[in-house]
Ligand binder design. Sequence first.
Ligand SMILES: Nc1ncnc2c1ncn2[C@@H]1O[C@H](COP(=O)(O)OP(=O)(O)OP(=O)(O)O)[C@@H](O)[C@H]1O
Length: 277
Amino acid sequence: MTGALGCVPRLTTTNNIDGTTMSAIIDVQHVRKAFGGLQVIDDCSIQVAQGSVTGLIGPNGAGKSTLFNIIAGALPLDSGQVWLDGEDITNRPANELFHKGLLRTFQIAHEFANMTALENLMMVPPRQSGEHLFSTWLKPRAVGREEAEVCRRALEVIDFIGLHHVRNELAGNLSGGQKKLLELGRTMMTDARIVLLDEIAAGVNRTLLGDLMRNIERLNREMGYTFLVIEHDMDMIARLCDPVIVLAQGSVMMEGSIEEIRNDKRVIEAYFGADVA
Ligand SMILES: Nc1ncnc2c1ncn2[C@@H]1O[C@H](COP(=O)(O)OP(=O)(O)OP(=O)(O)O)[C@@H](O)[C@H]1O
């Protein structure tokens, strides 16, 4: 039975390199999306294994960001299905997916420029009772406790991402790389299960990029985050991602380890040969 019925959970597994199977936290099935006459996503199916850092690469215009937008609920698809941990999330809105632990970061970090780095983190947790007027009146102590907890967590996160020294700076004054770290930190203020990272390395200097990669590895290993990563920086893909999915003209061209990808003739022609970023 399929998700056409809307409420039937789907059990999907994906093969590990060692031959064992692992459940897919994201399962994209036969997705199609056109803009006008341009078929941007064309019968595309991918699976992201729970606990993996999966790379999504491909030439400019291959459809990577469009696919991200569809998975994250920012763009409706024309046909096909998207599953999150066995639940049909096709065309569900981004805010609903956020509450289910599916988060997306953007190519351009979306900080609140006039708030400090710490306040930016404290803004994130959903459903704080202090945001509701009645809660503030009726349960002021509970609201105070909750705010203190959010502040404690934000301080832990800011330490984790190495921005303690700029915690009271306005976020708008942070460097591009620091803003990316802050964006990553914001995912830690929620109970994220899967994070979609969209070109997080773009414009980040090598030192901060090292920090970013270390943080992604720690979030993956220590906190069980799954990542799906769009990236043009091949060093970052090589260090972090296994497996790597290659998208070309809206469909999956191949999937494998970075070594397999680098040695595949079709990939070299379509990607490295044509449009290396
Ligand atoms: N809202 C839109 N309206 C019309 N065309 C669009 C829209 N969004 C994307 N496209 C087109 O879809 C194609 C795929 O774009 P997309 O941004 O998904 O590619 P990408 O693989 O992420 O590229 P890049 O690596 O350059 O960021 C492009 O030809 C783009 O012009």
